[in-house]
Each structure stands twice: as structure tokens, then as C-alpha cells.
Design a protein around this ligand. Structure first.
Ligand SMILES: [Zn+2]
Ligand SMILES: [Zn+2]
Length: 474
């Protein structure tokens, strides 16, 4: 063997060792916590970060790979929509009470039917889904978008804007409301503006779009699935209650407001099949040159380049009115008298119903997390060194749950003199049945334990960041 070969071999060997060390370091980081302190599951190409709390949800990075492992209540916090290019799996858990009150800072061109361009802002659970983003199995319950802006803007339940991304098996229930006046704006149940695919999704939405300026004529859009663009939409269930006040031109559809390819000159063949639309859009179009596009399927179709099959919009109602001095709203009482009725959580979410005693208008708000009646079996007791594990069955609905029992802490003043010995098992005295709060601070309370004990406690305290995860087994 020549010197150069040996040298190369050694170099390779050292590189291999370094590479091995990197893998070990990365694997260690990946299995336990990422930079944001979130628990990470590593499973080959299928790596994802588990999300079980509002804080974790609010600290998602734009290109991460996430999976919900619990229902999350966002009430009390204003949700800041993100521009997202990663993968998000709602895992059939629900996000309750997300509230969006402002458009994001992201600007993208939108195009009207004359291919005029507008620098447009967006609002939605996701402000923007970038090329390649995928969101699946996400359920938004009581999604609230309530935005007023003087910029061109699209607001929607799941994504304000989408660029060649996918929404699969998602649902949204809530109220999307936009007040605007600058030339180009609209509201969609699932998507505001864009392209990509919306498959097996559902929307049960109240959509309100109000033109706040009666003097300029605007292009205004509303759609139960999508306000404008050319997304493929297949096998979706849409229930819409639309309220559109427009001093300009409406493009309203039970499914899509306006179907348009953009920018000019693109070649695409779309697919809009198997969708079911019910509901109504009440609107006015204050304009002397009226077109008043409003249909159950698509308000205005700029180009018929799509498969069109099995779409059922027979139960859609077009409700045009001809007085333009008063904005159209879901609840029209001048002096509402709302009465509250609370439905407690059970094996389903709780909520409050607000009903007007003057006119009978009613809406639900303030959803609360499910409250099952679990009977727990401890499968493994927790010790100082290891977490325990328990499984529960709801005695009412039969849903099952699994929960980690946090590691035990040493009682005050107790130290282990010989840490290499088998630790004594300590019996769990009380097991909490609700998600355990972050226990980071617990490690601080202990003093006097040896270095090994301290290390165990710090790691234990961080890792215990205890979570309960409820998993429906169908
Ligand atoms: Zn139950
Ligand atoms: Zn009323």
C-alpha cells in the first residue's frame, strides 16, 4: 500500500469518526429537543415535531414538520399567522378559538379578471402556504378572522394565500370577516387566493365581506372553498352563509368566487369534482354596470380548463338585494339582546351559544376542550430514573388515552449516596389526569444531591415537560 493510500485511508477514517460523532450529536438533539425546546420524534424520513400546547403551536418554524398530538385551545391569545412551507399533520386533533385580527406582512401579486395586478396582503390560520407546503387532517373549530384593512387583501379560514400547496382532509368551522375598500379583496372559507389542491376538506363557515368605500368600484370575491384562483378542489363539503356588500363587482360562488389562471399565459388543466355545496350568499352589487356574478358552483369562470364532474350545488341559494345604504351582516338587529347559554364540555367540545331574543339570530363561540371520564390503569409505575406509563378508557364514549407519569423526585433532604445502585422504587401517590404543566423549574428546588442526581433531575425535568396524549382509536 502506497503512502498516499494509507494517508487517504486515515483521512477517511478520521472523517468517518467525525461523521459518526456528528450523527450521534444530531441524533441526540433530534430525539430529545430541537432549538425551541420541542419534543422531537425521529422516525427516518418521517421526522416530525409533536405539538401538544398553544406555546408550541405559536413557536412553529416556517419550514418545520409538525404533528398535533392533542386538541389545543387558543382562546385568550391572538393567533399570528405564519408563512409556511413545511408539513403540518393535524392528526385529526382540533385547534379551537384561533383568532386573527390583522393581515400579515407578506405581499404577493393577485390578478383580477382583466389580469390587472395588485400587491395583496393575507389573513388566515396560515397567512401563506408556500410551494410544496402540505397541511392535512387539521380541524379548526371556531376559527375567527376579523380584519379591517386599506390594502388589497384576502382572508380565509385555513390559508390566506396558497402557492401550489396541498390541503388534505382539513376542516374549518367559524366566521371570516373582512372590511376593506382597496380595489381587490375577498373572503374564502378555506382559501383566499391561490392554486394547489384542496382534497376531501370541509367548511362550515359564515363569510362576511364589506366594502367600506361606496365611491370607488372594486373587484370583490367570495367563495365557500376559495375566493379566487385555480386550486383543484375535489370531494369537498361546503356549507356557506355569505354576506357580501359591494360597491363594485361581486364574484361570489358557493364553491369558488372566480376561477382564473394567473399570471397570464400559464397552461394548466384543473380538476373540480365531487364537491357538495349548501347554503346561501346574500349580496348587493352597487354598480350601474351590473353583472352580479353569484352562483352555487363558481361565480365567474374565466377559463373552462378543468374536469367538472359530480359537483352538487342544488341546495345553494342566491339572495340578491337592491338597497345599498346598509351593509349586509349575519345579525341585522340595531339593538341586539343576546342571551348566553353554556354547553359544558363532555366527550365533545363545550361552547357558548349567543341568541338574540329580538330576532332569534344565534351563533356559537368560546369553545372548550373535551372532558372525558377516564378510568386509568397504571401500566408502569414511575421511578426516580424512569417515567411511568398509564392507559385510560373513557367510561362514556370508550375513547382511549395514554399518558406518561413523570419521573419521581427525591423527597426533601434525601440523597443517594451510591448512585450506581438500583434505585428504590417509589410508589406514585397521586397521578394527575390532566396534561401536566411544564416542570422545568422543579429541578431548581433540589440541592445537595450528587452531580449524577443533579444531571438526572435536569434531564428529567426538561424531558418530563410532561405531556398527556389522547389518541382516538377508531
Ligand atoms: Zn368520552
Ligand atoms: Zn337580533
Amino acid at each position: 500500500m502506497e503512502y498516499n493510500d494509507i494517508h487517504t485511508d486515515r483521512k477517511r477514517g478520521i472523517l468517518q469518526i467525525l461523521k459518526g460523532m456528528m450523527v450521534v450529536i444530531l441524533a441526540f438533539t433530534a430525539v430529545f429537543f430541537n432549538a425551541a425546546g420541542l419534543r422531537v420524534h425521529a422516525a427516518g424520513d418521517d421526522d416530525y415535531i409533536e405539538i401538544s400546547t398553544a406555546d408550541e403551536l405559536m413557536n412553529m418554524s416556517p419550514d418545520g414538520n409538525y404533528r398535533l398530538i392533542a386538541d389545543i385551545d387558543l382562546s385568550g391569545a391572538e393567533w399570528k399567522p405564519i408563512v409556511f412551507s413545511g408539513h403540518f399533520d393535524g392528526n385529526s386533533f382540533s385547534i379551537l378559538n384561533a383568532s386573527v385580527k390583522q393581515t400579515g406582512s407578506f405581499v404577493r401579486k393577485t390578478y383580477d379578471g382583466n389580469m390587472k395586478e395588485y400587491d395583496t396582503s393575507f389573513a388566515g390560520f396560515f397567512e401563506v402556504l408556500e410551494d410544496g407546503a402540505e397541511v392535512k387532517n387539521l380541524k379548526l373549530i371556531n376559527m375567527r378572522v376579523d380584519v379591517e384593512t386599506d390594502k388589497p387583501c384576502f382572508a380565509a379560514g385555513i390559508a390566506g394565500y396558497m402557492e401550489k400547496s396541498s390541503l388534505i382532509n382539513c376542516s374549518v368551522q367559524g366566521i371570516i370577516s373582512l372590511r376593506a375598500h382597496e380595489k381587490m379583496f375577498g373572503v374564502g372559507g378555506i382559501l383566499g387566493y391561490g392554486c394547489g389542491s384542496i382534497e376531501r376538506c370541509s367548511a362550515d363557515v359564515t363569510l362576511v365581506c364589506t366594502d367600506t368605500d361606496a365611491d370607488t368600484k372594486d373587484e370583490q370575491y367570495m367563495g365557500g372553498a376559495c375566493a379566487a384562483g385555480y386550486p383543484d378542489i375535489n370531494d369537498c363539503e361546503i356549507k356557506i352563509a355569505g354576506f357580501d356588500s359591494d360597491h363594485g363587482y361581486v364574484h361570489d360562488g358557493g364553491l369558488v368566487g372566480m376561477y382564473i389562471f394567473y399570471p397570464a399565459g400559464i397552461d394548466y388543466h384543473g380538476s373540480i369534482t365531487g364537491n357538495h355545496v349548501t347554503g346561501k350568499i346574500r349580496f348587493f352589487e352597487d354598480n350601474t354596470n351590473r353583472r352580479a356574478y353569484c352562483k352555487g358552483f363558481i361565480g365567474e369562470i374565466m377559463i373552462w380548463e378543468f374536469d367538472n364532474d359530480r359537483n352538487d350545488t342544488d341546495d345553494f341559494e342566491r339572495d340578491e338585494i337592491f338597497s345599498y345604504d346598509k351593509d349586509i351582516k349575519p345579525h341585522e338587529c340595531d339593538a341586539p339582546n343576546m342571551e348566553e347559554s353554556v354547553t359544558a364540555p363532555s366527550c365533545d367540545f363545550g361552547y357558548t351559544t349567543y341568541t338574540c331574543s329580538n330576532c332569534g339570530y344565534s351563533e356559537t363561540d368560546h369553545y372548550t376542550l373535551k372532558s372525558h371520564s377516564f378510568e386509568w390503569t397504571i401500566n408502569k409505575e414511575a421511578t426516580i430514573d424512569e417515567e411511568g406509563f398509564k392507559t385510560g378508557v373513557c367510561s362514556v364514549c370508550g375513547v382511549t388515552a395514554e399518558a406518561v407519569i413523570p419521573k419521581l423526585e427525591l423527597p426533601e433532604g434525601v440523597t443517594l449516596l451510591e448512585p450506581e445502585e438500583e434505585p428504590l422504587p417509589i410508589v406514585v401517590e397521586e397521578v394527575t389526569e390532566t396534561p401536566v404543566e411544564d416542570t422545568d423549574d422543579k429541578a431548581d428546588k433540589k440541592g445537595g444531591a450528587g452531580i449524577i442526581i443533579a444531571a438526572v433531575l435536569i434531564l428529567g425535568g426538561a424531558a418530563a415537560g410532561a405531556f398527556v396524549y389522547l389518541k382516538k382509536r377508531r
